[in-house]
Design a protein around this ligand. Sequence first.
Ligand SMILES: Cc1ncc(COP(=O)(O)O)c(C=O)c1O
Ligand SMILES: N[C@@H](CCCC[NH3+])C(=O)O
Length: 421
Amino acid sequence: MDHFLYRDGALFAEDVPVAEIAAAVGTPFYVYSTATLLRHFRLFDEALEGMDHLVCYAMKANSNQAVLRTLAQAGAGMDVVSGGEYRRARAAGVPGERIVFSGVGKTREEIRTALEGGIRQFNVESEPEMALLDSVAQELGVKAPITVRVNPDVDAKTHAKIATGKSENKFGIPIARAREVYAMAARMPGLEVIGIDVHIGSQLTQLEPYELAYKKVAELTEMLRADGHTITRLDLGGGLGIPYTRTNEDPPLPSDYGALVRRTLGHLGCEIEIEPGRLIAGNAGLLVSEVIYVKSGEGRDFLILDSAMNDLIRPAMYDAHHDIIPVIEPAPGVEMQPFDIVGPVCESGDTFAKQRLMPPLQAGDLVAFRSAGAYGAVMSSEYNSRPLVPEVLVKDDQFAVIRPRPTFDEMINRDTIPEWL
Ligand SMILES: Cc1ncc(COP(=O)(O)O)c(C=O)c1O
Ligand SMILES: N[C@@H](CCCC[NH3+])C(=O)O
């Protein structure tokens, strides 16, 4: 459920008409709902009720300071994957002891930043990373709390570009080598081993891959404990999928997922961490855009929008589907017509949807991409010198610009000219 609904024939973001925001900030823009963000965070929190747990929002999905602050104030921890994300989380008021650091390529500088600033744990992904972490921790005279991310070789049954738990993926340490790697970690004076981490992919629409992975984690926990390691924390990653189409997708709910966690891992008495990103932010956001032209092509018609692949890359990058709806609710029974919905960028890949059935639309009409709150603004670029689109946060009947649209001068003057020119 989200908080973008038609009311009296027009699309609202909570209690604010989307057209009113468009008039104030211009198109295109992203708009996020506070109520949806909080609702989704709480669904996970409640799903793990009764178990010692922390929901660490995977902020790569949407890292706007206002979004982070909203979730941090509700008690979320954060999963970060770079020094930049670590700094953003801290700037949003998240204490170090609520931040977990994931990623296969942590640099010395990033490790130092997190150790100095405070960190809940590093999720270590390789032996060389472990050695570097040990040496930086020793230099600083501290012990770095770690889990080892294991790769369980499980097919997440999702898009190949976002599957992370198969042996051919770059992520984690093969689970078969885990005992050896934990033995190595135990000998490193700069490290304190506290648990196990696993994350098998994103936009998972079935529970079965989680079940396979978590059963392997349960077995490994027992084995490592028998080897003398203290395993008190399990980081189970994120990845639970969202319904991008309202008609034919029915991913499991956080409550189903929580029940699975309890069933597969509850008996171990570990603290549970999860790292959901998309399910918290995805359906909490729209990308709102204006139709610039309706163009008749050879055998097909195009809706040319003022947003493009640089603003929302998911359709071009993963052939992802986003529902696109008019901001004025179509009259009941209105005849739908197929359109290719495209942006102004000079690539044929700048296509949001092919032969999508839409009500009649004309230049100047507004449309909204649903499910654009995760991996939308964060993956945007200025390709074709199109300034990044603004972001807006709604709460009840108020809205605020949480990232303004840069001016053309700001965009251009970010470049610097060498003195020989
Ligand atoms: C380590 C890690 N944790 C959490 C996530 C969040 O995934 P999602 O946004 O699918 O919940 C990702 C992305 O797949 C990830 O790589
Ligand atoms: N960027 C991807 C998700 C990546 C998840 C990364 N851990 C998407 O838009 O679907």
